[in-house]
Ligand binder design. Structure first.
Ligand code: AMP
Ligand code: MG
Length: 431
């Protein structure tokens, strides 16, 4: 069952790269396993717990892909006009009971069941008809049709007994339709991951409180609330916590009883870290990492206790993000997003990495990963370009708000010249 993986603590207090941090997190986590049944109409964004096995062939019968005339390909002439005589009409949903002889055909609508001996459909626009509707003839010029065309085969979409959707799929609209096409009204999904969220800092004020000198509104809780909601997870909002060991400990104790994951912001930078460390050391095995990235440091991760609460119980994982509003979101995307999806049992769906032409030069030194807020947009000359948004200070949330993407300058990469291709993480609307 869910046991903590190899301890990520070995990386504690060391300088590690973004990739090393991501790998250590991924290695430590095990997905939740508790399942529930939901109606297919309620399944959007839920994680499928077991493969959906198709109970039927879809389509259940050979049927027509076009409006036209169904006929037997044995009647098709390759060197002369084929002439057929319609003897009936086939509508979708109403199988044909009559007989069709040599040289005969049936007017057929899209989706109508193909009678056993007919294997080809000539679309209306590829044939000529003559005479009254009751006594018409249908003419097909040579070379226009091939045997078997425009027939959808039984089971060509899905075969009975085979998996139609695999466990781990985060169900999307087409998956809902696919499951419905099998006649299944419900699916087994994993329960939603529960993510406890709180902010730390004596200077923070809740919305609605007056902003006294030196204070700032707690914005991180809302950025992170949105980010977690977008992943389809449940948020346990634990509010604001003062820079005080007893308050921190009480809130963490509540969090571990109510959630699978604790996501905090603030309180892990140099000054604060001492008392945070002391509290966390009592509660689990949290590592404070110096990740070589910008923005982002500092960052802490690890299991909160009681660790190993029985063989079937998983630890509660803490992600302590930096307080700076942009750093909080960037570290969320860099470390928490994929980890939360992994814990939720979702198949790996990392942020798409695109390549785009950078409209500005960027100075960078090798040895750390840098994330720049940017807008990815179509270039006038074709393809995609990426333009940085405003000031890149770690506290400037506006430039994150205006961005739809992050330019990712890799660990070993140096400065970027104007017009150079760069890696881009597209996050807006996707995460
Ligand atoms: P810290 O990581 O606690 O040292 O915070 C770094 C900076 O981020 C400080 O300027 C804090 O005021 C600011 N900050 C911390 N938490 C939040 C928050 N929840 N909302 C907005 N700003 C914050
Ligand atoms: Mg603070």
């Amino acid at each position: 069952m869910s046991q903590p993986g190899p301890s990520p603590l070995s990386a504690g207090d060391k300088n590690i790269s973004v990739d090393q941090a991501r790998a250590a997190i991924a290695a430590a986590l095990r997905p939740i396993s508790a399942q529930e049944t939901v109606a297919i109409g309620q399944a959007l964004g839920r994680v499928l717990a077991v493969d959906v096995i198709s109970p039927i062939d879809v389509p259940a019968h050979d049927n027509s892909a076009m409006d036209g005339y169904a006929f037997a390909s044995a009647d098709l002439l390759s060197d002369a006009v084929t002439t057929l005589r319609p003897v009936g009409t086939l509508y979708a949903g109403a199988p044909y009971a009559g007989k069709v002889g040599a040289g005969e055909c049936l007017r057929i609508m899209t989706g109508a069941v193909m009678p056993a001996k007919l294997d080809t459909v000539v679309p209306l626009e590829l044939c000529r008809t003559e005479g009254t509707p009751e006594a018409a003839t249908v003419h097909i010029d040579p070379g226009v049709m091939r045997a078997g065309e425009n027939r959808r085969r039984r089971g060509e979409d899905l075969t009975a007994g085979r998996p139609a959707v695999r466990a781990g799929r985060v169900l999307k609209p087409a998956d809902m339709g696919l499951v419905a096409s099998l006649g299944l009204a419900e699916v087994q999904v994993l329960r939603r991951l529960r993510v406890a969220l709180f902010s730390t800092g004596n200077e923070l004020r809740s919305l609605g409180q007056p902003l006294d000198p030196g204070s700032v509104y707690d914005s991180n809780r809302y950025s992170l609330l949105g980010a977690v909601q977008r992943l389809g997870m449940e948020v346990v909002d634990l509010g604001l916590v003062a820079d005080d060991p007893a308050a921190l400990q009480a809130t963490l104790q509540r969090a571990v009883t109510e959630a699978d994951v604790v996501l905090t912001s603030g309180g892990v930078s140099m000054g604060d870290a001492d008392y945070t460390r002391e509290v966390l050391a009592r509660m689990g095995e949290v590592a404070f990492w110096k990740v070589a990235m910008r923005p982002g440091r500092p960052f802490a991760f690890g299991p909160l206790g009681p660790v190993g609460r029985g063989p079937e119980q998983a630890p509660v994982w803490l992600f302590a993000l930096p307080g700076n509003p942009v750093a909080a979101l960037v570290t969320f995307y860099a470390f928490a997003r994929d980890a939360l999806l992994q814990l939720a049992g979702a198949e790996a769906t990392p942020l798409p990495v695109l390549q785009a032409r950078c409209t500005t030069a960027i100075r960078k030194r090798p040895g750390r990963t840098e994330f720049q807020r940017a807008v990815l947009e179509p270039a006038a000359t074709g393809g995609w370009q990426v333009r940085l948004t405003g000031s890149q200070g770690a506290g400037i949330l506006r430039s994150m708000s205006e961005a739809n993407a992050l330019v990712v300058l890799r660990h070993e990469q140096g400065s970027v010249a104007e017009g150079e291709m760069v890696d881009v993480w597209l996050f807006d609307g996707l995460v």
